[in-house]
Design a protein around this ligand. Structure first.
Ligand code: PLP
Length: 397
């Protein structure tokens, strides 16, 4: 008998397709059937990329910057990234300690490939961004899910790691997708101390760092570089900050051996992100930042109104998240009212009955909640909330 050699690799058996993309496809299919879907699903800015960044890309094209670049990205870009963190305690990163790639997602995957082996255990706080556990599993390692608490604002706490032994890496994400939680400065210190004490890696995904609405200023793990020198990997992206999701530019800063390992992997994979995108990224990082401030203020306005109006709906309880552009309300009351056993079923009912797209909490390891993005206009937000109120009723009192 011939052996069956058309099977897919076994590593795929443990990985699922991104649930956020699945919601996007479902919303698209409904829209194609003529339904006016109000889409709270997308994890991307509804703003256009600022003009100065687009002009830089056009200029790069005109100057024929259309060839292969350094695997880690052009020096000018790595310098601009290092410059963003120049004030870090424990010394600034040099351009050799920076790698750029095709978005934060790609850079995180390169890091996972460089650091993780089968059997390694990686602590990930729930609710988590959908790709963290899947990337870990693709490397044959094991995600160890650590819960955060709604009544603690979903903050990732060092004390919740104490019960877990033999952790190779901790992934933290502040401001968080999906909860919008931000890790306060004292907890950033505790998490760094935990990683230093237990000798594990700390991977900090700070993709939403510019969308922090206070109180106070955002506490980056860059502040912990002194104590974590050889085990800190900072990951970020231009996707959300500069409304550049399609340009695919993300980056990491870390110890040289890891950055070199990531470059080695990249050299056999994407090679580098687009030369045009890199030129645009230099303009984004070194040019005027007023469009970022304007986007942040608009997101803040939307967040405030969305949270206020969601809390007026029966069966929905929503905290005011300090960061990102998502809210993550508790919908257990509304699920009971509609007779839904899971938030997946609840999300489906919202989509089918009122044309409102959300992402169910199961996607982020936290059933009983749904994620709503507020990267859509206030008018659309208001219309969506109105539909929800129509279905669920107003809160009494
Ligand atoms: N990290 C988090 C927490 C995200 O939400 C996303 C995108 O949704 C990413 C990383 C990656 O974004 P990109 O690959 O577009 O840089």
């Amino acid at each position: 008998m011939m052996s069956d050699d058309t099977r897919l690799a076994r590593r795929l058996e443990v990985v699922s397709v991104s649930p956020t993309l699945a919601v996007m496809m479902e919303a698209r299919a409904l829209r194609e059937r003529g339904v006016d879907v109000i889409d709270f699903g997308p994890g991307e800015p509804d703003f256009d990329t600022p003009g100065n960044i687009k002009q830089a890309a056009i200029a790069a094209l005109a100057a024929n910057q259309t060839h292969y670049t350094d695997t880690g990205g052009i020096l000018e870009l790595r310098r601009a990234i290092a410059g963003r963190y120049a004030g870090a305690q424990g010394g600034a990163w040099g351009p050799d300690e920076v790698i750029t790639g095709c978005g934060g997602k790609n850079v995180l995957f390169l890091a996972a490939m460089a650091l993780l082996e089968p059997g390694d255990r990686v602590a990930i706080y729930a609710p988590y961004w959908v790709s963290f556990p899947e990337q870990v599993k693709l490397c044959g390692a094991e995600p160890v899910i650590v819960s955060t608490k709604e009544n603690d604002g979903f903050v990732s706490r060092a004390r919740d790691l104490e019960a877990h032994r033999g952790i190779k890496a901790i992934i933290v994400n502040s401001p968080c997708n999906p909860s919008g939680a931000v890790i306060p400065a004292d907890e950033v210190e505790r998490l760094a101390a935990f990683a230093a004490k237990s000798g594990c890696w700390l991977i900090s995904d700070e993709t939403y760092d510019t969308f922090h609405y206070g109180p106070g200023t955002f506490a980056s793990f860059a502040s912990q570089r002194a104590g974590l020198k050889e085990r800190l990997l900072l990951v970020n992206s231009l996707s959300k900050t500069y409304a550049m999701t399609g340009w695919r530019v993300g980056y990491a800063l870390g110890p040289r051996p890891v950055i070199e390992a990531m470059r080695k992997i990249q050299s056999h994979d994407a090679t580098h992100t687009s030369s045009i995108s890199q030129a645009a990224a230099v303009a984004a990082l070194t040019g005027p930042q007023d469009s970022v401030a304007a986007m942040r203020e608009e997101y803040r306005r939307r967040r405030d109104e969305l949270v206020r109006s969601l809390n007026r709906i029966r069966g929905i309880a929503c905290m005011l998240p300090p960061g990102s552009f998502y809210v993550f309300p508790n919908v257990t009351g509304a699920m009971t009212a509609l007779g839904c056993a899971t938030s997946i079923e609840f999300g489906r009912r919202l989509m089918a009955e009122i044309g409102v797209a959300t992402v169910p909490g199961e996607a982020f390891g936290m059933p009983g909640f749904v994620r709503l993005s507020y990267a859509l206009s206030l008018d659309r937000i208001r219309a969506g909330v109105e539909r929800l109120r129509g279905l669920l009723g107003a809160r009494e009192g």
